[in-house]
Design a protein around this ligand. Sequence first.
Ligand code: NAD
Length: 260
Amino acid sequence: MLKGKTVLVTGSTSGIGLGIARAFAEYGTNIILNGFADAVETSKLREQIAADYGVEARYDGADMSRPDEIEAMVKRALAEFGAIDILVNNAGIQHVAPIEEFPAEKWNAILAINLSASFHTIRQALGAMKQRKWGRIINVASAHALVASPFKSAYVAAKHGVAGLTKTVALEVAEHGITVNAICPGYVLTPLVEKQIPDTAKARGMTEAQVIKDVLLAAQPTKQFVTVAQVAAMAVFLASAEAASITGTVLPIDGGWTAH
Ligand code: NAD
């Protein structure tokens, strides 16, 4: 059922997004990659996915902080594939600092990329999904859509916003064969997490090893990082026929973190 459909995964040159794109390609879904990377790297990613799975693999370098670029990306996708059958809003950034020291430009960038970008992609992709009477919107939120941690004001605010956006759009499109869900991973060891370890260490006056043990994995009762493959499998399931009744949900995949 996913074969021949098209998925756009924002922020898929790295980490969770790349894992999700590969997981869909395994099922024969055409892929539109997006995210920052140089031309050599993006051609390599595209060629690898096309060769490994025999699907169309495109790359679009739209900056998800820019509504004009997002609009142009969605238009290009619709012109080429007719619809974005599956839209995965995954691009995200992080900044860790106490709120009095939180730079306003970081706040604006996090809100733009982690929240507003999904508003822009969704509103432009929905028309074609409605015409086909089928669509899947999967927002990669975070456990931080459900609970907070100190020093992450913009990220937590944006991810809580994604939860609200998910529920609202799910209600608006429920009768059109379109589902809208948010996946809420706990800590996954990707470049996004690796980069915040030194800042968290600084903000909390800890060593980096202490941050991993006492901050990151302290929150997760399993004491294990969530894996990219686990998140990707959840995304593929949400796109399946069997998940047609799952909509408007904010689904934790967090090793028990939000059970606290
Ligand atoms: P990552 O840093 O490995 O990947 C982020 C991707 O977003 C990259 O492809 C990057 O190029 C892209 N990106 C960043 N800014 C962009 C912009 N302006 N325009 C287009 N693309 C842009 O991070 P990740 O850990 O894979 O995170 C992916 C998503 O998962 C994010 O939304 C993040 O908040 C969420 N998440 C991550 C974790 C975790 O522990 N890693 C946990 C919960 C949620």
